[in-house]
Design a protein around this ligand. Sequence first.
Ligand code: ATP
Ligand code: MG
Length: 424
Amino acid sequence: MADANHFSGSSTSARDAAAEIAAKFSAAGFTAYFAGGCVRDELLNLSPTDYDIATSATTEQIRAIFPKARGVGESFGVILVHHKGRVVEVASFRADGRYVDGRRPQDIQMGDEITDANRRDFTINGIFMDPATGKLIDHVRGKQDLETKTLRAINDPDARLSEDRLRLLRAVRFAARFELTIEPKTMAAIRAHANELRGVSRERVGQELRRMIAHASRVKAIELIESLGLASSALLEIAPPTLLRRVRALQQVSLPSPILAHNAHEISTQLLATFLSAWLLDRESTLPWQERVSQWTSALVLSNKERDTLTSTLFLLTRVPEWPAFSKAQRKRTAANPSFHAALRVHATDAPELVQRILGDYAQLEIEGIAPTPLLCGDDLLAMGLRAGPEFRVILDAVYDAQLEGSIESKKAATDLARQLSRT
Ligand code: ATP
Ligand code: MG
């Protein structure tokens, strides 16, 4: 996620914008604090992704001060305030009502700062800061838990984790990302409610998992998901306990970065596919991998691009062991696949020597060109007077193979070969 202090085109930092908004509330006689993740991140010397404000002003009072503010999820009392090119979430102090569906409170009631701190999930996320003075207002002993690196549910862990089951995964994400030890009662509650993750919206489960894998703490996160018994309800797949051999070994594998990935989004899709492939192979199953990809795709609501990248990585993993027996054309076709490097990374956890050898071969092939523009295309075959049909593909593939092998180098040679093939 973007750093709140960059990329917005605003000359005011997100922090300053939020502090100025809070000052306007104070001037009008209300309490307004920085709340949640931004306070936690600042105490950890990290750059918050965004600044949230909690205030004693009601929704109407927020609107009276910022008439242009827009509501998001109005019933949850969150208002977006635009200020100096920044957008800050402002929410009234509240107490969540009864949870009925394991995800959202049925209603919310206005509350004070104490009820508001206490409706939050983990103590490290429940600290307020007065931006005017930098003073911490800590009703949940979050500061102490941050200092001792402890993840602890606020109040009764059992109730907190059953009322909103997404917290099961949030716990893992925070524990992994900030290297926290999960406090025993919180840990026991996570285990006790692990199966209830099944009922959580699959988009949200996928989103949490994506965020975990995007972060450097990804291996720790996957280990926690497995060790806390969350894997089968996250992936909707039963498997025996796994040592996560490949996932762990991936940390040690460093390969030249995939030059075929052109942008950050593509790189994060490759990274996701790399770790999901390793994880999928670590989890033993008798089902064919193609079926498991479909299963994981629905469990995590993977995008088409994510699913295709996972599929091609796993497909290549079935091919790569055959590399020594491949013809040059087969090697080039394999190496031209955008998931080639992802597959090599995963395969290096099984056969590091073979992968080193493949990388050597790859460097050679790259000099010749791995995916040159074909000498011949369908239009050329039509121009030769051939009739369009399924054999076009066969002929073009054979001609391209010859080109990749280096046995033909000119369009003339390609045309001759095509003519010869069309007669057989
Ligand atoms: P990050 O944005 O880095 O993932 P964050 O703590 O800011 O972490 P958000 O989802 O942005 O997480 O939520 C902001 C704050 O709202 C949290 O710090 C927490 O206090 C509260 N919060 C968010 N989601 C929940 C939840 N499911 N249950 C209880 N409190 C929550
Ligand atoms: Mg946040």
